[in-house]
Design a protein around this ligand. Structure first.
Ligand SMILES: [Zn+2]
Length: 406
């Protein structure tokens, strides 16, 4: 993260401000009195912070709250000001990579697809995605400042969260991604694994909002996953925990993209479906094979041919068989199933049937099409750079005042 050297006094003052921003991001419309009750602060203390947030343009007042026969001062709804700042989300995936500009509420302003010339070349990918992000900002004529960026990648970082140590889908290893991005972008920037970015965003704002214990499986060409436990990502000692795609699968013997054989990916993913129907290419991350495989999977999912339906159902069943003991062990409240294969009814039905058979109590939520990792990354930028005690609100207010004078 880019913040350092912030004084303790500034941090103390920022804690309550960060909490108010966080509460308003999840529950737009709260008023000063409700915030004071929630935070165990006086209304005067909350009002002081809210005035500061309004002055900085981060919060705006909405409608007055109607009161029936209740005396007391007028109460006004508060919400984040969409124009209070821009957030940048970038997703670096083998498929559907994109860069998104969001408003302060996390809603999309513009999103543009990224097509990398060679996804296995980390330097070039970082050049291309950061240039695309800077272009988007240059085209944004609003003059609203960028407050932070998060880049979500299909890979795992070291325990320091900077260096990508394991990214079989991208073909990267030991790349200091955070340093590379910090050198290339003029805003505070952080990185996150893409499945983790999505579960963090969905548990805060989306399909599983409010859920503190959840498991996400993104079934596409391969399987991506992450585990949320007590609202925190299950990271393990080396920060690579929560991956199911490379667990040994019963009956698995075929080669996996990670270089081993017999991983769950080889029996429960989109690639395993393509292999069954004779439409898979040899394993590769090159710029020609990847789009072809993606097109083949899309075509297969659109077909109702019996052999394809059987392959998809068997993949869903295989995921269910391997997921069942993990769910019993971790006891998440919800399983969020997403990705182009995860959203296929034949796959999800077979998975559900298998989990039912194992008497799993987990609630299965199917992620809709809008769950996008660039959008999730932009929302994460709000959590990592704006709703934090270190956020330099004085600098933001000064910048906006300078602009207003001009
Ligand atoms: Zn593997």
């Amino acid at each position: 993260m880019a913040y350092s050297g912030v004084s303790k006094d500034l941090l103390r003052g920022g804690v309550n401000r960060a909490r108010i921003l966080d509460l308003l991001s999840r529950e737009p419309g709260l008023d000063r009195t409700t915030l004071a009750v929630r935070m165990a602060l006086t209304v005067a203390a909350v009002s002081r912070i809210v005035s500061e947030l309004i002055e900085a343009g981060l919060v705006v007042e909405g409608a007055a709250i109607a009161k029936k026969g209740v005396r007391g001062p007028r109460r006004t709804q508060l919400k984040l000001n969409p124009s209070g700042g821009r957030l940048v989300g970038i997703s670096i995936l083998p498929f559907n990579a994109s860069v998104q500009l969001s408003d302060l509420c996390g809603d999309e302003v513009v999103r543009t697809p990224l097509h990398f010339s060679n996804i296995a070349d980390a330097d070039r990918v970082l050049d291309e995605c950061t240039a695309a992000a800077c272009d988007l900002i240059a085209e944004d004529t609003s003059g609203v400042p960028v407050l932070g960026a998060v880049v979500a990648l299909a890979g795992y970082f070291d325990s320091g969260g900077h260096v990508m140590v394991d990214a079989p889908y991208l073909g990267w290893s030991n790349v200091d991604v955070l340093a590379g991005l910090t050198d290339r972008l003029p805003w505070p920037v952080d990185v996150e694994n893409s499945s983790r970015a999505i579960i963090l965003s969905e548990a805060r704002y989306g399909a599983i909002a409010g859920c503190q214990n959840a498991f996400i499986v993104r079934a596409a060409q391969n399987l991506g996953s992450a585990v949320l436990t007590g609202s925190r990502i299950l990271a393990g000692h080396d920060n690579t925990a929560g991956q199911i795609g490379h667990l040994p699968a019963e009956g698995g013997h075929l080669p996996c993209i990670c270089g081993k054989s017999g991983c769950l990916n080889t029996v429960a993913s989109g690639r395993s479906v393509l292999r069954r129907i004779g439409r898979a290419h040899p394993i590769s991350t090159d710029a020609i094979t990847l789009p072809q495989e993606e097109a083949n999977l899309r075509e297969a999912l659109a077909s109702d041919r019996a052999e394809i339906t059987a392959a998809i159902s068997d993949a869903g069943k295989a995921l269910g068989q391997h997921l069942a003991p993990l769910l019993k062990f971790l006891m998440p409240e919800k399983l969020l199933l997403t990705g182009q294969l995860g959203r296929d009814k034949r796959y999800s039905r077979a998975l559900c049937a298998e989990l039912e058979r194992s008497a799993s109590k987990v609630e299965i939520v199917i992620g809709h099409d809008t769950v996008h990792s660039a959008s999730a990354a932009a929302r994460l930028a709000f959590q990592r750079f704006v709703a934090v005690p270190q956020f330099d609100i004085a600098a933001l207010t000064a910048t906006k005042q300078k602009r207003a004078v001009r």
